[in-house]
Write a protein that binds this ligand. Structure first.
Ligand code: MEV
Length: 314
């Protein structure tokens, strides 16, 4: 076989995280400045399939780790390709997407594994189709957390801005004018599954309050979609502040996030909010072009582990 390589981007959620798990709409965009990569090379005949992920110090054998997310992505892709015996492969995965940082690292790693396996399988000819890859990645997301909405796998696999409502086919959306975001990492890993489980437990005690917060977040996502389609970019910062206020009420923010959000807004961002599961991970800040450098520098000086700039709709 020839060596195969696959890549996939990270993502940020612009509006609607957590509420999207409960059927409200959300908006997410791919972030190509960070990415996961998988390569597959032939191994000696009879040696079986090994998966290594040096970034997380993992080295596993396909058949001896049935519940592992990496092995599951490979196994499901082999099944989808109709391969029923263990291939002799060395698979390696690397990623520049922060782990447990709300930027879709888990979905991107599963995506590159599924793409690389489907492209390498002797039974498979052509390009892995997005729907098959999306189905595999969603199944692996269910291992990371029990009730994924499906937004992370969708935006990462389709590599397009996504307007997402759980259970409906993914749609993209119009972007009248490109805009800039600074994405800053608190450096604090926060597995999404845990935060989603905490929100679920809290909602069980007070469903009416949580559902009205989810409604308000959904209304912000709708308003943001209209503003983005009309090029009314000045509205987005305000909507980010409002969305963040509601995320605080869900108890998914954290001191580390609040501090950096305050720094970003103090340095000239029009608004900022956490992105993804929260309690750590990354935040996004809406910035005019002339504010990019001051906001980025202030975030780094204020303790952000990293701060990168992405253009949405370019
Ligand atoms: C995580 O990126 C987004 C959440 O809404 C979880 C999900 O949608 O599955 C927190």
């Amino acid at each position: 076989m020839r060596a195969t390589k696959a890549t996939a981007p990270g993502k940020v959620i612009l509006f609607g995280e957590h509420a999207v798990v409960y059927g409200r709409p959300a908006i997410a965009v791919p972030v190509t400045k960070v990415q996961a990569t998988a390569t597959i090379e032939a191994a000696a005949p009879g040696s079986g399939c090994a998966i290594s992920a040096p970034d997380i110090g993992a080295r596993i054998r396909l058949l001896s780790a049935p519940d592992d997310p990496l092995a599951t992505a490979v196994r499901l892709a082999l099944e989808a390709a109709g391969v029923d015996s263990e291939p002799d492969w060395n698979i390696s995965v690397t990623s520049t997407i922060p782990i447990a940082g709300g930027m879709g690292s888990g979905a991107a790693v599963s995506t590159v594994l599924a793409r690389a396996v489907l492209s390498s399988a002797p039974t498979f000819d052509g390009c892995p189709d997005a729907e098959t890859v999306n189905r595999i990645v969603y199944a692996v997301e269910e291992i990371h957390h029990a009730t994924p909405s499906g937004i992370d796998n969708t935006v990462v696999v389709y590599e397009q801005p996504v307007w997402f409502v759980r259970g409906s086919p993914p749609e993209t959306f119009d972007i009248a004018k490109p805009f800039l975001l600074v994405i800053a990492d608190t450096g604090i890993a926060s597995p999404t599954g845990q935060v989603v489980a905490d929100v679920r437990a809290a909602r069980q005690k007070d469903a009416a309050r949580f559902d009205s917060i989810f409604d308000a977040i959904g209304a912000i996502a709708e308003e943001a979609r209209r503003a983005i389609a009309a090029g009314r970019l000045e509205v987005l910062g305000v909507l980010m502040r409002e969305n963040q206020q509601l995320l605080r009420q869900l108890d998914v923010s954290a001191q580390s996030l609040e501090r950096l959000i305050e720094i970003a807004e103090g340095a000239g961002a029009a608004g900022a909010k956490l992105s993804g599961g929260g309690r750590g991970g990354n935040l996004i800040a809406m910035v005019e072009p002339e504010k990019v450098d001051p906001v980025r520098e202030a975030l780094l000086a204020g303790g952000a582990a990293n701060a990168l700039v992405t253009e949405v709709g370019a």
